[in-house]
Design a protein around this ligand. Structure first.
Ligand code: NIG
Ligand code: FE
Length: 403
């Protein structure tokens, strides 16, 4: 006897071993026991099974819960003033060079307590959840000193513990150079490698380490040192790479067996090839592309040709991607970057999970995985990408429980 049996539904399993678009099973059924999917198949195949609760979904589509694998959700303040300045012609790099940009959020974040950070960020988390997110990654990176970085990670943990959502945490140790280290870059990198990483690892506050490899961020050599330290402390790595220029960050990330390289507008063929060899995920972030009015798109055809899995994420952050809608990102991934709706949905489910190293646990509707599901009142899965600003799923299920 299972806990739950969902019937009268269609299932976009997103499982590549299920033939056909979206791995779809029409007239399907899903058995759930102890928070996990125990069986998924056609209703007729599951006819003999019983459950405490048999629920008819009136022909709705069920997908994996959405996985937002790249966010900077925790921060204080906002940067609507910079939005106005950019509309008047200032560029992101000019604003950063004048002490605004990331550093303006750093000033606000350093002044906030852990509880203040969590409460300032909770409405954004609720919005993502309402949009269908059941797992998200949250990065630090607006503290840029040991205490404030750890405080951000603790706030992210507190959010995950108090809401029905899974949170994966990333120490974004090299995001921007704080002003007090302006003349001492090397010492800041040493602080990140020698103090921030060991502290985050010791306290179990992060699973991965990230950096911003860019002209206005950090050099490949600095990132290399950071990634060495991450490996020494048992943390995975990932990288903001090739967003505004090509510093060959994707190749560097591949050399360190990174989970993903993210943004990638300026990725070249050699970079795509090394990502494929390293089994990395390309995380596409159409919100930042849109908000910065970029014209150079990530090389989607190249990624397809090299069989690099593509994830799609919100990059929810106060500067370049003030986005709280996962389905809007799926829509933009199709319209701006040329993904198919199936690729976009895979990007926010299966490949998002892979980008977090959680592909065995979540990301597809497959027996054995956690029962993280969304129930959508749509006639076909492509509608999730077609509607612009659609309301979220009718139901969200996390570990087998309606959330
Ligand atoms: O992913 N590129 C660096 N980090 C963020 C932007 C953060 C910010 O501007 O506050 C990004 O786009
Ligand atoms: Fe980012």
């Amino acid at each position: 006897m299972w806990d739950r049996l969902l019937i009268d539904c269609h299932v976009a399993t997103m499982d590549p071993t299920v033939a056909g678009p979206f791995g779809a099973i029409e007239n399907g059924a899903i058995g759930i026991q102890d928070g996990r999917i125990v069986r998924v198949g056609r209703r007729t195949e599951l006819a003999g099974y019983q459950a405490q609760s048999v629920e008819k979904l009136d022909g709705a589509w069920v997908t994996p819960g959405l996985v937002d694998c790249h966010t900077h959700l925790v921060f204080a303040g906002n940067r609507a003033n910079e939005f106005e300045a950019r509309l008047e012609g200032a560029t992101y790099e000019e604003i950063a060079a004048a002490g605004g940009g990331i550093l303006s959020t750093v000033r606000a974040t350093r002044q906030a307590s852990e509880a203040e950070l969590a409460e300032a960020s909770r409405p954004r988390l609720k919005a993502l959840m309402a949009g269908g997110v059941t797992t998200l990654e949250i990065k630090s990176g607006y503290g840029l000193d040991v205490d404030a970085e750890l405080r951000m990670l603790r706030a992210a943990g507190a959010l995950g513990a108090s809401e029905r959502v899974r949170v994966a945490r990333t120490l974004l140790a090299l995001h921007a150079l704080p002003p007090e280290f302006a003349e001492r870059r090397h010492e800041f990198v040493e602080l990140a490698c020698g103090t921030m990483i060991p502290a985050a690892a010791r306290e179990g506050l992060a699973e991965a380490v990230d950096a911003f490899c860019e002209g206005i961020g950090f050099t490949a050599d600095e990132v290399d040192a950071l990634f060495e330290a991450a490996a020494a402390h048992g943390l995975r790595v990932k990288l903001h790479a090739e967003q505004l220029s090509n510093l060959h960050g994707a190749k560097l990330a591949a050399e360190h067996h990174a989970l993903s390289a993210d943004h990638l507008e300026h990725l070249d063929e050699a970079g795509a090839a090394t990502m494929a060899e390293a089994g990395m995920v390309a995380v596409l972030l159409p919100g930042a592309f849109y908000a910065l009015k970029e014209t150079r798109k990530p090389p989607v055809d190249l990624l397809r040709r090299h069989n690099v899995p593509m994830a799609v994420a919100t990059d929810c952050n106060p500067g370049t991607s003030p986005v709280t809608s996962p389905t809007l990102m799926m829509s933009m991934a199709c319209t701006l970057f040329g993904l198919t709706p199936e690729e976009a949905l895979a990007g926010m489910t299966r490949e998002g999970a892979r980008a977090l190293g959680l592909q065995d646990e979540i990301g597809t509707v497959t027996a054995g995985k956690a029962a993280d599901l969304c129930v959508w009142r749509v006639e076909r899965p492509a509608e999730l990408c077609y509607w612009i600003g659609m309301p979220g799923p009718e139901r969200r299920i996390v570990a087998g429980v309606d959330a």
